[in-house]
Design a protein around this ligand. Structure first.
Ligand code: GRF
Length: 261
């Protein structure tokens, strides 16, 4: 069994999607053991409460940096968490945490890294930057965290096409354009994160660390024994979540059927 602990700071839609994969019986040998959040008012806490998942508030504003990190690690330890999933977590992980959870902690970013991954570019600002730049493709990335910001080894990526309509709308109604694009990316995030978790739980992820000819270490995630059968099986199992997602988004006029594909 892989015990997952989620670190989230705000809305928590990625946390909810992970929990839903669990509730719908899609995961094999994955348990969602704990949510850690760092603002008392974070909506994500209610998602955990409703789902009956233990949660812990660890407010970084009431502690030193060191104490905060120690408290987070102790809480994870208490619940015997094997895999840490950062999902909208607004703190940077320190070296002690990284060393302890080396290649056992993931994050999700709402763009195709390394594009639009600079420090300070989170959530809304990422999509705004994508539209501002006029990029034709964006997407989302799940990666193993390391001490750099958004530079850890990439596990999975999913491209999402930026529509002409959104780019055009951006100049007249920035907020609306950003909302539509971010929702379309979010739909893919909610699918991709759980796939990465299942790959981890199945022991299919290996981080290959080596020196390049130009010097300097590099790290790449390789998939172990992942074949058509694994993919097909996952796609079949995840279908239940995709149908559930379609129902959940049905009342949102910004998402058409195409956005749910
Ligand atoms: C997501 O877009 C995620 O990629 C980014 O922050 C956002 C968090 O959203 N890291 P939510 O809290 O999971 O709804």
């Amino acid at each position: 069994m892989t015990n997952v602990g989620v670190l989230a700071s705000g809305r928590g839609s990625n946390f909810r999607a992970i929990v839903e994969h669990k509730q719908l019986g899609i995961f094999n040998n994955v348990d969602v053991r704990l949510l850690i959040y760092n603002y008392s008012e974070a909506p994500v806490a209610q998602i955990a409460e409703k789902a009956g998942i233990p949660s812990r508030l660890i407010d970084h504003r009431e502690r030193s940096r060191q104490e905060f990190e120690t408290d987070v690690m102790n809480a994870l330890e208490e619940q015997q968490v094997d895999l840490v999933c950062l999902a909208g977590w607004d703190r940077i992980v320190g070296s002690e945490f990284f060393n302890k959870y080396r290649w056992r902690a993931m994050n999700i970013h709402p763009a195709l890294l390394p594009a639009f991954g600079e420090k300070g570019l989170n959530a809304r600002f990422v999509h705004e930057a994508v539209l501002q730049y006029g990029a034709k493709v964006t997407g989302c990335t799940v990666y193993f965290i390391d001490i750099s910001v958004e530079k850890g080894p990439i596990i999975l990526q999913k491209p999402v096409e930026v529509r002409e309509k959104e780019t055009a709308l951006f100049s007249t109604d920035t907020d609306q354009a950003v909302e539509i694009l971010s929702n379309r990316v979010l739909i893919q995030e909610h699918r991709l994160y759980s796939k990465a978790i299942q790959l981890y739980a199945d022991g299919r992820l290996h981080v290959n660390e080596f020196e390049t000819e130009q010097g300097g270490p590099t790290r790449k995630v390789t998939f172990l024994d992942i074949d058509d059968k694994w993919e097909k099986d996952w796609t079949r199992r995840q279908q239940r979540f995709i149908e559930h997602q379609a129902r959940a988004w049905a009342s949102n006029p910004s998402i058409t059927e195409e956005g749910l594909r």
